[in-house]
Write a protein that binds this ligand. Structure first.
Ligand code: AMP
Length: 193
């Protein structure tokens, strides 16, 4: 399997669709958000740095994030494709990921960009706050996360275009979880990922 980057705004369904892909294709999954939340739970130094930033809707600095990603990647079983969920979030991270994979005789694969209208994202995230109680799922922090997404993360789309790896799946065209999953599986198979 090729590597897959699942990309989109907060609440676009990256985790949900990653789980569906893992179940169907048996890939490795790296969710940098889950990794950081785990560090916070364990009370590590990284966790202490991450907590204030996450609760504020800000990004963890690139240098630290790239180190965490490389450690997580190197600990995975070899020979399977990886789904990168929540990484890269800046162009610097995208460049670092490309380089890290090249150093390991591997490459980026394909990007699946999830497009969902912002009003739907907000209501999903507020719902998730009720169900999962994530500290960063409150209205003020969600707005900050959207701002950070537009300012720092969205510009990567052009970088993906230049690499020729960007593919888009829109909620407006597939307005249910099942339809999105079907469109994503079709895309993976079409790209022979
Ligand atoms: P997520 O679970 O992907 O929504 O991530 C939750 C939070 O973790 C984000 O709002 C960031 O504060 C932090 N985070 C996750 N991935 C990254 C990353 N690649 N770079 C910087 N910060 C990240």
């Amino acid at each position: 399997m090729k590597n897959i980057i699942i990309f989109g705004a907060p609440g676009s369904g990256k985790g949900t669709y990653s789980d569906a892909i893992v179940e169907k294709y048996g890939m490795n999954h790296i969710s940098t958000g889950d990794t950081l939340r785990n560090e916070i739970k364990k009370g590590t130094e990284v966790g202490k740095i991450a907590k204030g930033l996450i609760d504020n809707g800000q990004l963890i600095p690139d240098e630290l994030m790239v180190k965490i990603l490389a450690n997580t990647y190197d600990a995975l079983p070899k020979g399977k494709g990886v789904i990168f969920d929540g990484f890269p979030r800046t162009i610097a991270q995208a460049e670092a990921l490309k380089q890290m994979l090249a150093e390991r005789n591997n490459e980026l694969g394909l990007v699946i960009e999830l497009v969902v209208e912002e009003g739907i994202l907000m209501s999903r995230l507020l719902n998730r706050a009720k169900e999962q109680g994530r500290a960063d799922d409150n209205e003020v922090t969600i707005k900050k996360r959207f701002d950070v997404y537009h300012a720092q993360t969205e510009p990567i789309l052009e970088w993906f275009d230049k690499e020729g790896i960007r593919n888009t799946v829109k909620w407006a065209d597939h307005p249910s979880k099942e339809q999105m999953i079907e469109a994503i599986f079709n895309l993976i198979e079409e790209k022979n990922a």
